[in-house]
Design a binder for this molecule. Structure first.
Ligand code: GTP
Length: 455
């Protein structure tokens, strides 16, 4: 915290703004009063002069003794508080003016010690601000019952002399004010800084050091008090930090719960997705691929065949007289036959062969990298396995057979629909020739058939 921005300096500026104003007003009033008192005492001192010189002046005017009068007037003039003296006699024969006096227009004029007009020797502030005391002069001789008026005498002083006397007092008052002000300034500054600035600085730096993710309650080193505004502020701050920590812990907990829930939901969604895919791609009764999955995978394998330039075969299979099995033994037994049949297919095929149930009791197997000869061999093997299988149900033994149509395609030679069509035709031939047999597609034979475009 820079000194320029410190709270102590700002408080001082405010306090001393007012204090300085009051101090200046008080000092000015004090100086004015001092000046007035000094002027008053000057005036009193001047008023005492007639008791010393009054009788001598009266006597010299009464006797027209000009020399005596002048010497007395010079004596008065030499007094340190006198700047001028004027004697006005009633017959004007003994009129005398020495030093600075005020004329009939109240303007300051100057006369030398001989009473001749001259240039003022009074200079400086207040030199022309004359003030005077006038007293009458009378003669009290034994021949007169009452004092005989002779005229009047005015003794002048000026403000410069008052100021000269008061100067030292002014200086003391000013020094006094400045020292008091500075002392107060340093005392207040020191204590504000120590009792306000330092704890606030400590508070600020401890807040700055806080770890924003894990703030801790703080302590302040204030040995001179156990309860003040700063400590109350610190307590409020600590309460706030406690609340923040509690909220943060609750939030973390909530986040964790949310995280766990999201993981759980994601897992469930993943499982649901897998189940849905399973439903869409796997036939629930037999465990082989659905019609849709078979078509997708078969397309992929045909493309692989083109890429690898290998031959691909298809076997189309249909269980013989399956309707009769259903009719005689019931639908459940029919299902069992389908499952048994699918198991034989799965056991007979390689991992990358694609087995699909295209509908009802109709199945197809796509054999990658397998030519017609291999496909016929596999079909025959399956046919024999099926024919050799027996299912015992309700003390009845069930035998069943299947018919097979086989075809092959070179890379890119036929589309999936075309080879499925060919295999289907071969299957139709197998059925036609008495069932429980394997027949391969013969393009020429198909062309020679009555009704065919080639026949
Ligand atoms: N149990 C059972 N029967 C099914 C299922 N899907 C289709 N079927 C039945 O399979 C029978 C198929 O009969 P058809 O198409 O006449 O053929 P088939 O009786 O096998 O006669 P051929 O194919 O000429 O030997 C129908 O009766 C269908 O109801 C199934 O999932 N389970």
């Amino acid at each position: 915290m820079s000194f320029r921005h410190s709270i102590a300096l700002h408080l001082l500026a405010v306090i001393f703004g007012f204090y300085f104003l009051v101090a200046v007003i008080v000092t000015v009033v004090q100086l004015y009063k001092e000046y007035e008192n000094t002027k008053e005492s000057f005036y009193q001192e001047i008023q005492l002069l007639p008791t010393t010189f009054g009788q001598g002046i009266s006597d010299s005017v009464w006797t027209y003794n000009q020399e005596l009068l002048l010497s007395i007037l010079r004596g008065v003039y030499n007094s340190p508080i006198v700047v001028g003296i004027e004697v006005k006699s009633l017959d004007h024969k003994m009129d005398y003016k020495i030093g600075s006096i005020l004329d009939e227009h109240n303007q300051p004029v100057y006369f030398d010690t001989q009473g001749n007009p001259g240039k003022s020797i009074e200079t400086g502030l207040g030199a022309d601000a004359l003030f005077g005391y006038t007293f009458p002069i009378t003669y009290r001789g034994p021949a007169f019952k009452t004092p005989q008026p002779l005229g009047e005498v005015t003794i002048y002083s000026n403000e410069r002399l008052v100021f000269e006397r008061v100067k030292y007092g002014f200086f003391l008052i000013l020094i006094n004010s400045v020292i008091k002000t500075l002392a107060l300034w340093f005392i207040i500054f020191y204590f504000i800084k120590r009792y306000l600035g330092k704890p606030l600085n400590e508070f600020t730096s401890k807040i700055k050091q806080q770890d924003i993710n894990q703030p801790h309650p703080i302590t302040l080193d204030i040995p001179w008090s156990d309860s003040n505004e700063i400590l109350l502020l610190k307590d409020s701050y600590n309460q706030m930090i406690d609340s923040v920590n509690e909220y943060q812990a609750a939030l973390k907990n909530l986040n964790k719960q949310l995280d766990d829930k999201v993981k759980e939901r994601t897992h469930e969604l993943f499982a649901a997705k897998e189940a849905a895919e399973m439903l869409a791609y796997t036939d629930m009764l037999t465990g082989v691929k659905t019609r849709r999955a078979f078509f997708e995978l078969a397309e992929l394998q045909l493309k692989n065949g083109i890429r690898q330039q290998t031959v691909t075969s298809i076997i189309m299979i249909d269980i013989d007289h399956f309707k009769s099995i259903n009719d005689i033994f019931g639908h459940a037994t029919g299902d069992l036959v389908l499952q048994t049949f699918a198991k034989i297919l799965k056991n007979s095929c390689r991992a990358n062969d694609v087995i699909g149930r295209l509908g009802g009791e109709e199945f197809a197997i796509l054999l990658p990298q397998t030519g017609l000869e291999g496909a016929l061999h596999l079909a025959e093997k399956i046919r024999q396995s099926v024919a050799g299988e027996k299912i015992t149900q309700n003390q009845q033994t069930i035998h069943f057979t299947a018919s097979f149509g086989v075809t092959e395609t070179n890379p890119g030679q036929y589309t999936l629909e075309e080879i499925l069509g060919q295999a289907d035709q071969a299957l139709y031939t197998a059925k036609d020739q008495g069932r429980n047999r394997v027949t391969h597609y013969n393009a020429q034979a198909q062309a020679d058939k009555p009704g065919s475009s080639n026949s």
